[in-house]
Design a protein. Structure first.
Length: 88
């Protein structure tokens, strides 16, 4: 279950940021899986000529990074995931 302190914002164009605090290092992976499952369900339910897809990067910090550095780290991970999905 996600922490009560969750912030979701459109970061630019088609990018969104989800910021939350957690003591559970696996929570981000569960959130990513939930987002993917939700998109899969939407794709199966709708009858549009395209499929919604997502590339998700995440990063964590113990407070040693500034917000911009944390976002840059997550953005880099997202682009790595996007490249990996193109190769497969």
């Amino acid at each position: 279950m996600l922490s009560k302190r969750v912030n979701i914002a459109r970061y630019g164009g088609d990018e969104f940021a989800v910021l939350f605090e957690s003591d559970d290092p696996k929570e981000a992976e569960r959130l990513k899986a939930n987002i993917r499952e939700s998109l899969k369900e939407i794709n199966e339910r709708t009858h549009v000529p395209f499929e919604l897809t997502v590339s998700i990067g995440h990063a964590s910090t113990d407070g040693d990074l500034k917000l911009k550095e944390l976002i840059d780290k997550a953005d880099e991970a997202m682009y790595e995931e996007k490249e990996a999905s193109r190769r497969s």
